[in-house]
Design a binder for this molecule. Sequence first.
Ligand code: G3I
Length: 368
Amino acid sequence: MVLKKDKTVSSIVVSLVLGLTPGAFAQGIPSLKDTFQKDFGIGTALNPAQFEERDPKTTEFIVRQFNMATPENVMKSALLHPTWDTYTFEMADKLVEFGRKHNLKINGHTLIWHSQLPGFIRGIRSADSIRTFFTDHIKTVAGRYRGKVFSWDVVNEALNEDGTMRKTVFLQHLGEDYVTEAFRLAQEASPNTELYYNDYNNEKPAKRAGCLALIKKIQEAKVRIDGVGIQGHWHVGKVPLKDIEESILQYAALGLKVMITELDIEVLPRNFQGADVSQRMANNAESNPYPDGLPDAVQQQLAADYEALFKLFLKHKDKVTRVTFWGVNDGNSWLNNWPIRGRTNYPLLFDRNNQPKPAFYKVIALKQ
Ligand code: G3I
């Protein structure tokens, strides 16, 4: 008891000395959302176990660290819209209620994506039916959460690496204007919700050029787009800082908010970059090198990478409105199961017990 009291008092003293809000250090561990309160929102991806509040300590931890959240899976069309005329909103409703109850702004993810589509889409052959699905889906889902979510990733991952349009079922049947049309429908269904385009590797020059062209096309059609998400699935020691900075500048020059929407830094071997979920890698003796812990040299590189990234985000805090981590802690990360199942990855700021890693303290120290 006495120890707890002392800890609280010293936390407040430390936070005052560092110029942070006292809340940032309450409970001993600084709070990301409090530390960056004046700079940008701090988000996380959430899964059902978390937003169903199965463990009160986890809830407490999430609510202390984050002020924005994105559903990792439950708002994708395969889960929301399993058959042609059925919607299952139960889990998405719970997520939205979690956000309301704990004061986290929800970013809906995602209305139109070629991946995690309902199985029945494969049986559709006619453009008319795809258009009906596309229109009904956006109207129904965006309409249901009108006024309840802060923002939507309206379209996700519509581009190839060379900046051309990805050949999806939507491009095939609806033509290139489907992206603009998705934003138009989302605006009608949910007029006061921020609307974003979201992709990975769209900080790289060729894909960025395609992304800029796509945004301009939407704007030229006089359709509203509020922001662009750079997902931020990067690799330790190889974070493309110059490309990221150039992208922040170029997207912001179009009048858009810029968000880092799915941040994690992969530390395991990978023979390609990006986050195309259809790509896989073969398992071999070297593919899971750190099952018992991250070597110090890698831990330090990870910390240096996060420090450099947040330094950059702070430099452009007038343009970057949110930084969302793709998972609460290393144990929740999708990177434990992709592109190879069952690896032990360490891509986030908190370890498997929600303890801060060196990278966390480097990030916090930027505000000292
Ligand atoms: O729910 C089923 C479960 O019933 C089944 O037993 C299990 C066996 O495979 O699969 C479970 O579904 C998995 C689902 O995540 C929920 O855990 C899927 O197999 C798995 O493919 C799916 O992965 C998700 C992936 O998107 C799929 O596209 C990841 O969790 C999620 O982190 C990832 O998120 C994407 C973003 O939406 C868009 N950007 C890239 C990012 C990373 O891929």
